[in-house]
Design a protein around this ligand. Structure first.
Ligand SMILES: Nc1ncnc2c1ncn2[C@@H]1O[C@H](COP(=O)(O)OP(=O)(O)OP(=O)(O)O)[C@@H](O)[C@H]1O
Length: 359
């Protein structure tokens, strides 16, 4: 899968225009603040409907403007297609092959993985960073996960309202049942995903950075270890745990159980990366994670995702940059890089965009 071109209107500091891309290597070169990240962000936004920098849609609309639009043409293994997003009064409208669609119909048509400096928060940040990240990544390859998560979040909200109103009638029990069912679905899918990606992560980390280390990603759910349990056994364990916290939930007035309480841990050679790994190791862990996401998506969807690397120079020295580019030469993945420095001899392989994005 690859992007042929992208048009944008009122996107951050970019001058409205259209960019034609190379099927494989694209490099945005320029000084700080020129708009390199904004181009990567506009690609990411058009594919996902989200920004990798902000939750607030207003931030990405050009200063003093009220709406923005982006349009992207791509080719998958079957044919040429296009997707577009328009914003109207801070609400997004999604289009697939020029027909208006819902967000659920839009998501996952084209897949993208990004690697940006802020990704370090996946290790050093709060559990919410990791949950949001894995929720999004699992959803990209598995629509059923996305639907269960959406249902769960609705039920969680309603359940918390019951707590607030101290209403523990029969209807609460009906919601409770649905609540537990959704938890079992979500934790099972999270567990399966983490089990698979942890193997790839270790392989990729060794291949790319250090073949003597062992990197493990583990899933810590809110009610205990579910390794090797089937759905019925997970439900049993969940209900046992619920019995213990039932009164506490009523006392505190909100849900103390469920996927919103989970976390994911990176263990490098048996030690938690958050507290023990160096900055360089943390960056390498995240990079290996992103490569593993690509491998997972290819397995699940048999299509290659687009890969974006923002500010590659701030992450890696020239030797690592060299080995990363070599790695991508042997893979059929369209790559978009931004950098303040020339990539030396490797620059020749890239279609270079230099200052042509913001004049
Ligand atoms: N909504 C917006 N409208 C117009 N300009 C914006 C908007 N948001 C940010 N900017 C401007 O865009 C510039 C940032 O662009 P961007 O982050 O893409 O630069 P960059 O080339 O990636 O820089 P760096 O190398 O420092 O990361 C800043 O000068 C900022 O003031």
């Amino acid at each position: 899968m690859f992007i042929k071109n992208l048009s944008y209107f009122n996107f951050r500091n970019l001058i409205d225009g259209n960019l034609e891309f190379d099927k494989k290597f694209n490099l945005f070169l320029g000084k700080n603040g020129q708009g390199k990240t904004s181009v990567l962000e506009s690609i990411y936004f058009t594919i996902t409907g989200q920004s990798f920098r902000t939750k607030n849609i207003k931030d990405i609309i050009k200063y003093e403007k009220l709406k923005l639009a982006t349009y992207l043409e791509y080719e998958d293994k079957f044919s040429e297609k296009n997707i577009a997003i328009k914003t109207i009064s801070n609400k997004k409208e999604y289009f697939y092959n020029k027909k208006k669609v819902t967000y659920d119909e839009y998501l996952g048509r084209l897949n993208v993985i990004s690697f940006i400096p802020e990704d370090i928060n996946l290790i050093i940040g709060s559990p919410m960073n990791r949950r949001n990240f894995f929720d999004y990544e699992i959803s990209q390859g598995n629509t059923s996960y996305y639907i269960h998560l959406k249902n769960y979040n609705k039920i969680l909200k309603i359940r918390n309202t019951f707590f607030k109103n101290k209403d523990f009638s029969e209807i609460f029990e009906i919601y409770n049942q649905k609540f537990f069912e959704e938890i079992v679905e979500i934790v099972t899918m999270r567990y399966e995903y983490i089990k698979k990606i942890s193997i790839l992560l270790n392989l990729n980390y060794r291949k790319l950075f250090d073949n003597k280390s062992e990197l493990i990603l583990t899933y810590k759910n809110s009610f205990g270890d579910i390794t090797k349990l089937n759905k019925n056994q997970i439900m049993k364990k969940l209900l046992e745990y619920y019995k213990k916290i039932k009164d506490k939930e009523k006392k505190y007035g909100y849900s103390l159980i469920g996927p919103q309480k989970d976390d994911f841990l990176f263990l490098l050679n048996g030690k938690e990366a958050k507290s023990f790994s160096s900055q360089g190791e943390k960056k390498s862990i995240i990079f290996a994670l992103k490569i593993s996401e690509i491998d997972m998506l290819i397995k699940e969807k048999s299509e290659t995702p687009i890969f974006l690397i923002d500010d590659i120079s701030s992450y890696f020295d020239s030797i690592r940059k060299e080995s990363i580019i070599k790695y991508f030469e042997n893979r059929e993945i369209q790559l978009f890089l931004s950098s303040t420095d020339d990539l030396g001899i490797n620059s020749k392989k890239f279609k270079i965009f230099k200052g042509d994005v913001n004049g």
